[in-house]
Design a protein. Structure first.
Length: 344
C-alpha cells in the first residue's frame, strides 16, 4: 500500500456521540497557545477536511487531535474538530479524549480514581475518572466557567414567527428554546424536523443577537440550538430531555456536555438550581449526562458557574487513515444528501 500520510486514530463514542481521537501521524500545528493552534487548524482546513469529509468521515463524526499542552498543570491538550466548527470546548469530546487516554494507556490509569488536568482550546478542564478492571467507567469533567447571556428575549425565525429564547455559554455558545412552546416532540422520529428547525433558529440568532464572550472576542457566533425540555424535580434531582442541533443540520446523539453546562447556568441565573442539586439530561437516543454546580465563578464582569458534567464513553476501534498519492479527492468531499446545506 502506498500513502503520503498515515494518521492513527482511536475511535470512540460518548453516550452515542462519535468523538474519534488522533493519537499519531499529525504534527502539532503552529501557535503559542492551544487557542492559536485551534485557529490555525480552523483556517487551514486541510486536516479537518481529511478526517471529517467523506470517504473517511461524515457529518456524524467529530475528531480530536491530541497535542502537547501549553499550560504547566496539564498532562495533555487537544483540539476539537466538529462538522462546521473548531470550538473552545466539547463535553462529549472531552469524555472521549479522557477515555482514550486512559483505556489505551497513554496516561497511566489509577484505580479506583484517576485525576487529570487537560487543556482544551478554551482553557483547562479537570477530569476525575472512575476506573475499574482496566476501564474508565465514568468521566467527570469540570467544564469551563459557564454563564447565561440573555434570558427571555424575542427572536424572529423565518417560517415560525417570533419566539422567546435564552442564550448562554457552556464551553460553547447556545441559543436555547422551549420545544413545548414550539410544538416539537423530542423523539427520534422527529430528528430531521428538529435538526432543520434548530439550524434555522441558530442562523436567526446569529443575524439578530450578537454573541459576546469577554475573554474570547473572536468567538462571536452561536454554535448550537438547544431544545431544552421541561425540567422535573424530585427533591434535589432535576431531569429533562435535551436535544441539540449542530451545524450544518444534525442532532447530537448524546445530551451534549456543553449544553448541560449552559442549561445549568440558565437555571442558576433564574434561581432554579443550586450546588445542592443534581441535573440529568436525556438525549434523543435515551443516553444520559449528569451535571452539578461546583460553585460560583466569573468571566470578565459576568457572573458564572463552575459546572461539572459526567458521562461514559467506549472505544469502538482503531484506524489508520491513508492518502494514496493518486487519489483525486485528497481532502474528500461533501454531498448534500448526507451533508445538509440549509438556507432560510
Amino acid at each position: 500500500m502506498r500513502s503520503t500520510k498515515v494518521i492513527h486514530v482511536v475511535s470512540c463514542h460518548a453516550e452515542g456521540e462519535v468523538g474519534d481521537v488522533i493519537v499519531g501521524g499529525v504534527a502539532p500545528p503552529p501557535g503559542d497557545t492551544i487557542w492559536d493552534q485551534r485557529r490555525w487548524i480552523a483556517q487551514d482546513d486541510v486536516l479537518r477536511n481529511f478526517v471529517l469529509n467523506e470517504p473517511r468521515g461524515g457529518v456524524f463524526r467529530h475528531v480530536n487531535l491530541l497535542v502537547p499542552p501549553k499550560h504547566p498543570q496539564a498532562q495533555m491538550a487537544w483540539i476539537i474538530m466538529e462538522p462546521e466548527d473548531t470550538p473552545p470546548m466539547s463535553g462529549s469530546n472531552a469524555i472521549c479524549v479522557a477515555t482514550v487516554l486512559l483505556d489505551s494507556g497513554i496516561i497511566p490509569m489509577q484505580e479506583p480514581v484517576t485525576r487529570m488536568v487537560l487543556e482544551a482550546p478554551g482553557g483547562l478542564v479537570r477530569v476525575r475518572a472512575d476506573c475499574a478492571e482496566g476501564k474508565a467507567q465514568r468521566i467527570h469533567v469540570e467544564n469551563l466557567p459557564s454563564f447565561a447571556t440573555r434570558l427571555g428575549v424575542a427572536l424572529d425565525v423565518s417560517g415560525v414567527g417570533q419566539i422567546t429564547v435564552d442564550t448562554a455559554f457552556g464551553g460553547d455558545s447556545f441559543v436555547v428554546v422551549d420545544p413545548v412552546a414550539l410544538g416539537v416532540d423530542l423523539v427520534a422520529g422527529n430528528a430531521r424536523q428538529i435538526a432543520e428547525l434548530g439550524i434555522r433558529i441558530t442562523n436567526a440568532a446569529n443575524r439578530q443577537l450578537q454573541f459576546v464572550h469577554p475573554d474570547k472576542p473572536d468567538w462571536r457566533h452561536h454554535s448550537f440550538c438547544l431544545f431544552a425540555g421541561p425540567v422535573s424535580r424530585d427533591g434535589h434531582d432535576l431531569r429533562a430531555h435535551s436535544v441539540v442541533a449542530i451545524q450544518p443540520g444534525k442532532l447530537d446523539r448524546s445530551p451534549t456536555g456543553t449544553a448541560v453546562s449552559a442549561r445549568m447556568a440558565i437555571l442558576h441565573a433564574r434561581g432554579q438550581m443550586g450546588p445542592e442539586d443534581r441535573f440529568t439530561a436525556v438525549s434523543i437516543i435515551g443516553s444520559e449526562f449528569q451535571g452539578r454546580i461546583l460553585g460560583p465563578a466569573s468571566v470578565g464582569d459576568l457572573p458564572a458557574i463552575r459546572p461539572e458534567i459526567s458521562g461514559r464513553a467506549w472505544i469502538t476501534g482503531t484506524h489508520q487513515h491513508m492518502l494514496d498519492p493518486g487519489d483525486p479527492w485528497p481532502e474528500g468531499y461533501r454531498i448534500a444528501d448526507t451533508w445538509p446545506r440549509l438556507f432560510d
